[in-house]
Structure formats: C-alpha cells, structure tokens
Design a protein around this ligand. Structure first.
Ligand SMILES: NC(=O)c1ccc[n+]([C@@H]2O[C@H](COP(=O)([O-])OP(=O)(O)OC[C@H]3O[C@@H](n4cnc5c(N)ncnc54)[C@H](O)[C@@H]3O)[C@@H](O)[C@H]2O)c1
Length: 295
C-alpha cells in the first residue's frame, strides 16, 4: 500500500476543514451529523466552539453556565449540570461523538470534584453507552501525573501519580474510558492537556504549553483517526523542552505546529529565576502539588 502524504505549499488555499491540513496525514475528510461539546462556556469550550462547528452539521453545546454570545445556525445549547443523570442522557441522544470538556478544571474541594468529574463523567459514559455514541474525546489533565519530577520524561503508559484530588478525578475518567472501551467498545482519546492558553504564562508552561491551534489539531485528530480504542496522549505543542513522550499515540496522526520557544526570551527576562527547592519547580504539576486541601 502506498501512502501519499500531501505536501502543503505556502499558497495552499485548502479550506480549514480539510483534515490533511490539520494533521498532515491523508485522512478521509469527515463531517459529523451532530457533535456534543460539554463545558462549552469555559475557556477551552469558547475556543473550540467555532472551530468544531466546521466539522459538523449540528453542534450541541452544553454547560451549567450560560453561553456568551448568540447561537449561530447549526448550534444548539442545552444548559445542564453533569450531576443530573437524566439531563446528561438527553445531551447524548442523537450524537455521533462527544468532546467532553465539562467539569472542575482546577484543584477544588472534594464535593465539587465529586459532582463534576466523578459522578458527571460516569453519567456521560453511561449516556454514551445507552445512546450508542461511538467516540469520546476526554479532556484529561497533565495533573494525572503531576508528581513526576520535571527532570523525568514520562509517557502515557507510566503509572499515574496525581498531584491532587483534581488529578485523581481525571485518572478516574481515564479508567472509566478504559472500562467503557474494554466492555462496551466506546472509543476514547484521553488528552492530558498541558497548559492551553493564548501564550505560556510562566516558565513551567514553556514545557506544557498547548496553543489553541494545536488543541484544535489534536481534538480533530482524536475525533477522526480511524481506530483509537482508548488512547492516552499528552496535549502539548512542539515545545523545545518537554517532559512527555507521545510516541505511543502516533497513530492519532497529531502533528503539533506551534512551539513555546518564541516566548522564552521575554518570559525568562520578566520572571525571576526559579527557586529550585520549591515543590512547584521540582514537580511537573507545578503549583498544583501544593494547592489545597481546603478543609
Ligand atoms: N485549560 C487548560 O490548560 C487545561 C489543562 C488541563 C486540563 N484541562 C481540562 O480541559 C477542560 C476545559 O478546561 P477549561 O480551561 O476550559 O476549564 P473551565 O473551568 O474554563 O471550563 C469548564 C467548564 O465546565 C463547566 N462545569 C464545571 N462543572 C460542571 C458541572 N458539574 N456540570 C456542568 N458543567 C460544569 C463550567 O461551568 C465551565 O464552563 C476541563 O475538563 C479541564 O480539566 C484544561
């Protein structure tokens, strides 16, 4: 079999929804009838909302908070809490695939994490099973392995070492994804997102940064790769310094095209040299390793 990888030229006018453009691989362009995006009112939800619309006829958006801005044609909004099983079941009806961003996104008191990330993620997978949803892209987190040191390079198959209850809840989500693949054949790509912001905010993020364009490339690759089973991948751009080896997830065809390096000089000039005895500098999870408990 000959695989031809198309060379993109600088003046290439290929539309943004051509998957070859996004991944660099000769994938069949795919358009979904209906996608569900949870956590649509959040930081990454707001970024992915217009970007995902390019890949589907209908985009169902959900969050417990109201959305900013009016809906555009092809968008639907359902306000729902992930702790409400019936509401989550209704979200999954008629959906081909789910991008699951909803939930608590930082270290918080246990009750909040329990509702959004443990119970809520369980409700989502149960709804997917009942509704026959084939694939979920799960927003996991690098904090699943936050207690590895910054001088170690680890991969998705190393044992988890959560740096708090939040990281632990994401490890639960990944285990749930594995169970629903092994038992119910629902595919998941668990993306252990590093730090997805307009630009790196501190020295740690030089290693963990994921640009919004690369986030889109990664989510699209996760939605469209032919076979994923349950794949775990670290969500990062092509940063010069990295703690994560994504070799085992190459089958997704994700090719990062941004790098944090262009921010390094200015960032290092305005931020003091790190205290090497600080746990936030020793461990990959940064300040999360010393956030909480809250009681
Ligand atoms: N932004 C990053 O760099 C980053 C890094 C690692 C992981 N992640 C993960 O990616 C996802 C999105 O991150 P974000 O930065 O947009 O977070 P965010 O906090 O801005 O957005 C999360 C959204 O989920 C909603 N939500 C929370 N609990 C809910 C519940 N019980 N029911 C319904 N909705 C609920 C919130 O209202 C919010 O709009 C999160 O799951 C987060 O853990 C993000």
């Amino acid at each position: 079999m000959t695989i031809v990888v198309r060379q993109l030229m600088p003046d290439d006018k290929t539309p943004a929804f051509d998957l070859n453009t996004m991944t660099g691989l000769p994938l069949t362009p795919l358009r979904f009838a209906r996608l569900l995006l949870t956590g649509a009112a959040g930081n990454l939800g707001r970024e992915l909302r217009p970007r995902l619309k390019k890949y589907c006829d209908a985009l169902r958006l959900s969050d417990r908070e109201p959305l900013a801005g009016d809906l555009v044609p092809g968008e639907e909004f359902v306000r729902a809490g992930l702790g409400d099983a019936a509401a989550v079941q209704a979200l999954a009806e008629g959906v081909a695939a789910i991008v699951h961003l909803g939930g608590v996104s930082t270290e918080r008191p246990w009750e909040q994490i329990l509702d959004g990330n443990i119970v809520g993620t369980y409700h989502l997978y149960e709804a997917a099973r009942r509704c026959g949803v084939g694939r979920i892209v799960f927003a996991s987190s690098n904090h699943v392995t936050g207690f590895y040191r910054q001088d170690e390079v680890i991969g998705p198959h190393d044992p988890v070492r959560p740096d708090g209850l939040y990281g632990l809840s994401k490890a639960f989500g990944e285990n749930l994804a594995q169970l629903y693949w092994d038992r119910h054949r629902i595919e998941t790509v668990s993306i252990r997102i590093g730090s997805s912001f307009p630009e790196p905010k501190d020295r740690r993020m030089l290693a963990t940064w994921l640009s919004f364009d690369d986030l889109e490339r990664l989510v699209v690759a996760a939605l469209t790769a032919p076979v994923v089973g349950h794949t775990v991948i670290y969500g990062m751009s092509d940063n010069a310094a990295t703690w994560w080896d994504n070799t085992t997830a190459r089958h997704l065809g994700y090719r990062a095209q941004d790098s944090s390096e262009r921010f390094r000089a200015a960032l290092e000039a305005r931020q003091p040299a790190p205290d090497r005895g600080d746990p936030a500098v020793i461990y990959q999870g940064g300040a999360f390793v010393r956030t909480g408990p809250f009681a």
